[in-house]
Design a protein around this ligand. Structure first.
Ligand SMILES: Nc1nc2c(ncn2[C@@H]2O[C@H](COP(=O)(O)OP(=O)(O)OP(=O)(O)O)[C@@H](O)[C@H]2O)c(=O)[nH]1
Length: 129
């Protein structure tokens, strides 16, 4: 049971981990979770490039991807749709993926992302070697 929690510096990974610590995540299997600081638009291109490199990593091939559009509590946060467009997520065709807006600070949306991860992993159980 493994989750990769990735993202640029300052995206909110540690804060999401802390938010998740109060949730039951004992049933999660390999899922890639990518964290975006939705308020930091000038780094969308950089974070998109990093994500694309990860998607090309052979060891992560086919691994479901959850993108947390974090820091939604900030007034200047980009919406889920804007983040998806900024990172060209609609071009991802080789795996299940989902974007989830959240605020690790207020805990909003964090569990919804995990619920998706659990659902997608339980439905793909047995399909992987
Ligand atoms: N407003 C707001 N701030 C957040 C949120 N999540 C994280 N932060 C803040 O953003 C900063 C970076 O958060 P971290 O959780 O340390 O980010 P990280 O991705 O672990 O950063 P690195 O250790 O640099 O890789 C901290 O000041 C957090 O308090 C959020 O949802 N909303």
């Amino acid at each position: 049971m493994r989750i990769l929690l990735l993202g640029l510096d300052n995206a909110g990974k540690t804060t999401i981990l802390k938010a998740l610590a109060s949730e039951d995540i004992s049933h999660i299997t390999p899922t890639q979770i990518y964290v975006i600081d939705s308020s930091d638009r000038k780094r969308f291109e950089e974070t998109g490039q990093e994500l694309n490199e990860l998607l090309e990593e052979g060891k992560l091939s086919g691994v479901p991807l959850l993108v947390y559009a974090n820091k939604q509590d900030l007034v200047n946060a980009a919406s889920e749709k804007e983040v998806a467009e900024g990172l060209d997520l609609n071009g991802i065709r080789d795996r299940s993926w989902q974007i989830q807006s959240c605020s690790a600070l207020t805990n909003e949306g964090v569990k919804d992302g995990m619920d998706w991860a659990m659902k997608v992993m339980s439905s793909s159980k047995g399909k992987k070697k």
